[in-house]
Structures are given as C-alpha cells and as structure tokens.
Design a binder for this molecule. Structure first.
Ligand SMILES: *[C@@H]1O[C@H](CO)[C@@H](O)[C@H](O)[C@H]1NC(C)=O
Ligand SMILES: *[C@@H]1O[C@H](CO)[C@@H](O)[C@H](O)[C@H]1NC(C)=O
Length: 203
C-alpha cells in the first residue's frame, strides 16, 4: 500500500509536469514578438530589422529602462532606441575609417567626396544620433525620426558622391555606410507606421 501510493504520487507528479508545466510556459506568449513581426514586415529590410530587434545587445547595458518604467522593453520607443544605439556606436567607426581612407589617397576627386562624407559622419556622430536618442527618451519620436531621416539622406549622398570616383570595384567608403542607410530607413518606417504606439509611450 505504501509502495503503491508512493508510485501513484510519482506518477501524479510526472503527469503534472507533463501536462501542467508546458502549458504554463506556452500560456506566456512573448508580447514582444507580435509587434516586432509587424514592425519588421512593414520595414524596408525585414531580416536586418528582425536581427537587430531580436538581438540582446542592449539588454544589459545602456538601454534606458526609465523610458517607461511600467512597460517592459516592448514598444516602438524601445525598438527605435535600440536601433539608434547601434547606429550611434557604428558612426564613429565609419568616421575613423573615412579619415584613414582620406589620409591614404591622393586622388583629388575621391578626397573631396571623402571630405564631405567626413563632415556628414562628424555631424551624425556628434549631433544627430546623440540628439535622436535624447528625443526618444523624451518621448518625441517624430523628432527622432527626423534625425534618422537626415542621417539616412547624408549616408545616401555619401554613397552617391563617392561611387564612381575610382575605378576600384570595392566601394571606397565601405559597407558600413549602406548599413547606416538601411538602419535609418527601418527607424523611419517604424515610427511612421506605428504612431499609435507613440501615444502609449507618452501616456
Ligand atoms: C525624409 O527626408 C526627405 C528629404 O529631406 C523628405 O523629402 C522626406 O519627406 C522625409 N521622409 C520622412 C519619412 O520624413
Ligand atoms: C538589408 O540590410 C543589409 C545590411 O545593410 C544589406 O546587406 C541588405 O542588402 C539589405 N537588404 C535589402 C533587401 O535592402
């Protein structure tokens, strides 16, 4: 009797693990995933969008959890912040690369386009990205979008000006510049397509 009630208990415990634990886990869908899917499907670069928003680069570091303490990291504001931080970190590296290329070339036409890219990336690194991050923190997503748009346009101009200045098949400005354009386009589309989420953030 003792043995059999012990086995019964084991069986019951096992059954409860099989039947109850997984449903508990399944009953908590990631509230994040739907919005991420929607945002990325409407963005001009689905895979880059998904990779960036699903990455954990910011979960431990500078991501302001004080944007909205009542909401966990699942709104447009937080996503915009995440992408902006990546661009903000990337811009000074691109700037340094441009300065190196500039120092290494005597090609007049290339030098002049690099100089204008250096001016653009100085502005992106020192003004546009830090400011955009502040705008997001203040809940002013439209101004952040404006800065992302300007940044994307500057990067695009840089691409256009420099391509074709040399016969080299490799872009003299590197692919970081294209990355910045793609990331900025995602931010602009995100804030344009999900303005209602801005209101939630402001509330
Ligand atoms: C981005 O900037 C361009 C050029 O300044 C402007 O024509 C366009 O309307 C802007 N787009 C958005 C979504 O703000
Ligand atoms: C998405 O972005 C990546 C990184 O900049 C780029 O390599 C890729 O070509 C882009 N894809 C599209 C469809 O624009």
């Amino acid at each position: 009797m003792k043995v059999s009630s012990f086995s019964t208990m084991i069986i019951l415990v096992t059954i409860s693990f099989i039947f109850f634990i997984p449903p508990i886990q399944c009953a908590r869908p990631n509230p994040d995933s739907d919005l991420v899917q929607q945002i990325c499907q409407k963005s001009p670069n689905y895979s880059l969008c998904l990779i960036t928003l699903r990455s954990d680069v910011n979960s431990n570091a500078n991501l302001d959890s004080n944007i909205n303490p009542h909401k966990s990291n699942e709104d447009v504001s937080t996503f915009a912040h995440k992408i902006l931080e990546v661009v903000a970190a990337k811009a000074p590296l691109i700037l340094r690369q441009l300065q190196n290329s500039d120092a290494q070339t005597d090609h007049t036409q290339l030098k002049s386009c690099l100089d204008s890219c250096i001016t653009s990336y100085t502005k992106i690194s020192n003004e546009l990205m830090p400011q955009a991050l502040e705008f997001v923190d203040k809940g002013d997503l439209n101004s952040a979008k404006e800065n992302a748009n300007i940044t994307g346009n500057l990067a695009e101009a840089c691409e256009k000006d420099c391509s074709g200045t040399t016969s080299a098949t490799i872009s003299p400005i590197g692919d970081g510049n294209q990355y910045v354009q793609d990331m900025c386009a995602i931010i602009v589309s995100m804030i344009t397509n999900f303005p209602q989420s801005n209101q939630q953030t402001l509330a």
